[in-house]
Design a binder for this molecule. Structure first.
Ligand SMILES: Nc1nc2c(ncn2[C@@H]2O[C@H](COP(=O)(O)OP(=O)(O)OP(=O)(O)O)[C@@H](O)[C@H]2O)c(=O)[nH]1
Ligand SMILES: [Mg+2]
Length: 448
């Protein structure tokens, strides 16, 4: 598995959270363990430090939402921070239908450019793109033959001319040849040169001439920390749109190249995981972080924390239990009803088994009512939304005009807030006396 070392050391760091009280000391030791694991995987020092610090701060300050455990909240924080250093979200290639897209592949010698051109062509061909490959490498012996062989294997046309020694000419001739019949042209460039500055100059010229829609920097995943300087050098002179990290199969140093992406502010879009044409994977930071954390039940844990976060934190829950609901709470309620399978889910977050006292018929929600209620709440001032402010006739009329409803509808909402507060008070009182809450209470009012 890619980055298996990091995976192992992070998992054993997380194991320490099992069955222990998660206090300041444990959080500090988790932070230190994770920082060490990141450095061992060759993640760049500043990035590792930043992640460890963020993690530490969040672990100390973030409350555990009702409905999940402290341990799961910690796991979620580690997962989110790891995802963030991997680039956060997945980005697609910058290709448009109805035009000829030009991709230029750059990187130093042996990084895996030519192999990756073949892999990418194979990948895009499966998505029905018509592809042409252009060899502009005038330095590597047999460069054209290498690309031609790859093209033949996957059934893709290749342009090149081993006699021509001008890379820019090769690029423009190749693009000319393919521009009418192909919709993706991938330009392979040289990696070796007389010296590195000459190579970089050639890339600048090629970029000017070919005006690529996307420049992809190929970074060798086995490089470790030195990938950072290399990525920076290319980023300085060319407009890098994305990164492909190669050779992530069987290297413990992959973190170096992965964190090098930060030097270019371009996202990693693919990773190379073997020599075969099929060994190219779309890079999805969330999935990748998940695999590194390598916990079988990770998805379920993250899902549980997300659901709990959307709903209530402990303080709000306790306040609501006393029957203090704000209009902002009602907004959240409406949203969570939309997103997360409704009221029942929200009520299960309240302590005391309140949800058992609620009849399913009461939970049927009118979407129209909810929509009007939301726009009414949006027309209120922040203070009206968040604090106990009595709404007089003038304000009711103003809010009704602002939200395009009748004043009666505003009064309906005000009434429903009162009714819901009473209902919660009754239910919690009932619970405290060991009785069941009032079955006929007017929760249905709140729910439209
Ligand atoms: N294991 C593994 N090997 C790879 C991967 N990608 C490329 N290689 C190997 O790396 C070596 C160099 O690959 P090339 O594609 O020729 O590299 P290049 O960047 O085009 O090299 P130059 O044209 O000389 O600059 C080859 O032996 C490839 O098989 C990968 O993802 N995994
Ligand atoms: Mg090559």
């Amino acid at each position: 598995m890619v980055l298996s070392g990091l995976s192992k050391s992070l998992s054993s760091a997380m194991d320490k959270l099992m069955g222990k009280k998660i206090d300041k000391e444990l959080i500090l030791s988790l932070k230190n363990d994770i920082f060490k694991s990141l450095l061992e995987a060759d993640i760049q020092f500043d990035i590792a430090l930043q992640m460890a610090d963020n993690l530490h701060k969040r672990a100390l300050s973030e409350k555990t939402p009702v409905g999940t455990s402290r341990r799961n909240t910690m796991i979620n924080i580690v997962y989110e921070e790891l995802t963030s250093i991997m680039g956060g979200v997945q980005y697609p290639l910058n290709l448009s239908k109805g035009k000829t897209n030009v991709i230029m592949m750059i990187g130093i010698q042996g990084s895996g450019k030519t192999t990756t051109v073949g892999k990418l062509a194979h990948f895009l061909k499966q998505d029905k793109w018509k592809i042409g490959l252009v060899c502009t490498d005038t330095w590597r012996p047999g460069a054209y033959d290498q690309l031609k062989q790859l093209g033949d294997r996957i059934g893709v046309d290749v342009y090149g001319n081993p006699e021509e020694k001008n890379a820019v000419k090769l690029a423009s001739n190749g693009i000319k040849q393919f521009k009418d019949e192909k919709n993706v042209i991938i330009v392979d460039t040289a990696g070796r040169h007389k010296e590195e500055t000459e190579l970089l100059k050639e890339m600048v010229k090629l970029q000017k001439k070919t005006k690529p829609d996307e420049i992809i920097l190929v970074i060798d995943g086995t490089l470790g920390q030195s990938a950072y300087g290399q990525a920076k050098a290319f980023a300085k002179i060319t407009n890098i749109g994305s990164i492909i990290v190669t050779k992530l199969d069987g290297t413990a140093k992959g973190g170096g190249a992965i964190s090098a992406a930060a030097a270019t502010s371009a996202p990693i879009k693919f990773i190379g995981t073997g020599e075969d044409i099929k060994d190219l994977e779309k890079f999805n930071p969330k999935g990748f972080a998940g695999r590194i954390l390598g916990m079988g039940d990770l998805d379920a844990i993250i899902d549980e924390v997300k659901r709990a976060q959307i709903d209530l934190n402990e303080d709000r829950a306790m306040d609501m239990m006393k029957g203090n609901i704000t209009y902002t709470d009602m907004l959240e309620l409406f949203d969570s009803m939309n997103k997360m399978g409704g009221m029942r889910n929200l009520l299960t977050k309240l302590p005391g088994g309140i949800s058992n006292s609620v009849d399913d018929n009461m939970l049927a929600t009118s979407k129209d009512s909810m929509k009007s209620f939301k726009s009414i709440i949006f027309s209120m001032t922040k203070q009206e939304r968040d604090a106990e402010v009595k709404l007089g006739k003038a304000r009711i009329d103003r809010i009704a005009r602002g939200s395009g409803v009748t004043p009666e509808k505003v009064k309906e909402l005000i009434n429903q807030k009162k009714v819901s507060e009473q209902m919660i008070r009754q239910m919690t009182k009932g619970k405290r006396r060991g009785k069941k809450g009032n079955q006929n209470n007017p929760l249905a009012g709140l729910l439209g």
